[in-house]
Ligand binder design. Structure first.
Ligand code: AMP
Ligand code: MG
Length: 399
């Protein structure tokens, strides 16, 4: 059977980042990746700027560390002084205001005392340039400030606004169609009949897509019927990624692989060496990636995190796509026997610089409830082992 690492390689080598295209820059671009280099259209700051509330003065006037100067004007942020500072003079200045001509330092208001008749006493050692942010210190006009390939976080979006960009080339979020299958599946508002169960995978997978940075498009529920599957899968193949759940195991009504083949999806693998999630199917049609996830909810969730999420991150052109494994120290002895490498629900937390992991009780691949107290999967090797307290386990954080 195909090992997980090999299967991941087969998926990831088939994923190319979606082509960057012009996009308006709003908070909706958060987390996307820039597809062009960005240069500044301005000097920032655009003028020598006061960093303090105080007095703009000539440093020569304070050579003695003390002086009484005539206050000739006041300038606040957003205004420009109309006069220059000459010997014996000062201009009262606010943070963010341009330094008036003639001045070469700012004395903070805390080091001064206003005297009657628009005169100020300053007691301060002064070095030329103090409390002045020189023009262009942060960036100059024409200078490269962001490179293609960087992920747009709040600080990048702020900087793009600072250089006047309202649109840029950005790798778009992939559209991911989600199609649960099964004759027994009913939508959540419905009370399930005697042999029915509610569709938990649909909402769960849509939320996983969103968390991974994709745009989910739910397609309803496909019945275990070739015609119905054909129609809905045909629709789903219009996405960048199609995720199916159920119908990929070995049962008589596991019709998904057959219908996919009929619609021109080339199979890459079917069945891998893992637990839960063995029946996983992966194929492609043109640039569309097709994942047939096993129907049991935990199998679906784990396969998504190991294969689909990292694929979405590659479509997004993220600089460091996952999965990102951590090494964690096991909290207590855990005897465990399994015939395939097993991704077991676990709780991960950090104590200082060290990750700690605790295995949580779990009833197997249908037990979604058990996952609600977990935030990670610990990888437990095949065989009969007693994992000792303080042993190091590979753990995948799933949050
Ligand atoms: P299958 O992979 O179709 O054989 O399904 C395996 C198990 O997962 C069955 O017990 C299904 O009832 C269950 N299952 C399939 N699809 C869903 C779903 N959308 N939500 C919850 N459970 C499901
Ligand atoms: Mg089924």
């Amino acid at each position: 059977m195909l090992p997980v690492a090999e299967a991941q390689r087969l998926v990831f080598e088939r994923v190319k980042p979606l082509a960057a295209r012009p996009m308006p820059l709003s908070d909706a671009a958060l987390g996307l990746v820039l597809g062009e280099d960005i240069a500044s259209d301005i000097d920032a700051p655009p003028f020598d700027k006061s960093m303090m509330d105080g007095y703009a003065i000539r440093s020569d006037d304070l050579a003695e560390g003390k002086a009484t100067l005539a206050v000739i004007e006041e300038v606040s942020a957003g205004r420009t002084a109309t006069r220059a500072v000459s010997q014996g003079q000062a201009i009262r200045i606010m943070t963010g205001a341009p330094i008036p001509a003639g001045a070469d330092a700012v004395v903070p208001v805390e080091r001064t005392k206003e005297l009657p008749g628009n005169v100020v006493l300053l007691e301060s050692k002064v070095t030329p340039g103090q409390h002045i942010l020189p023009r262009g210190q942060e960036m100059t006009q024409g200078q490269a400030v962001l490179s293609r390939g960087c992920r747009l976080r709040p600080q990048e979006l702020g900087l793009l606004a600072a250089v006047g960009r309202t649109a840029a080339l950005v790798h778009p979020a992939p559209m991911v169609t989600v199609l649960p299958t099964g004759d027994e599946i009913v939508e959540p508002p419905q009370a399930p009949g005697p042999a029915q169960i509610r569709n938990s995978n649909g909402p769960m997978l849509a939320a996983q897509v969103r968390r991974a940075g994709g745009v989910p498009k739910p397609l309803g529920i496909a019945r275990d019927q070739v015609e119905h599957l054909r129609t809905l899968i045909g629709e789903g193949l219009r996405g960048d990624v199609l995720i199916l759940s159920g119908g990929v195991s070995a049962g008589k009504l596991d019709l998904v692989p057959g219908v996919l083949a009929e619609l021109g999806v080339e199979p890459v693998f079917h069945k891998i060496e893992m637990k839960p999630g063995k029946p996983l199917f992966f194929g492609t049609r043109g640039p569309t990636l097709v994942f047939g996830l096993p129907g049991n909810p935990v199998s679906s969730l784990v396969c998504f995190e190991l294969f689909v999420r990292p694929a979405i991150e590659r479509l997004l052109a993220l600089p460091q796509p996952g999965p990102h494994w951590l090494q964690a120290s096991l909290q207590a002895d855990f005897p465990y026997r399994t015939d395939r490498p097993t991704y077991h629900p676990a709780c991960l937390w950090s104590e200082g610089p060290v990750w700690q992991v605790r295995i949580v009780p779990w009833g197997g691949s249908p037990d979604l409830r058990g996952l609600t107290v977990a935030n990670a999967f610990a990888l437990l090797p095949a065989g009969d082992h007693v994992h000792k307290a303080d042993a190091t386990l590979a753990v995948l954080k799933v949050e």
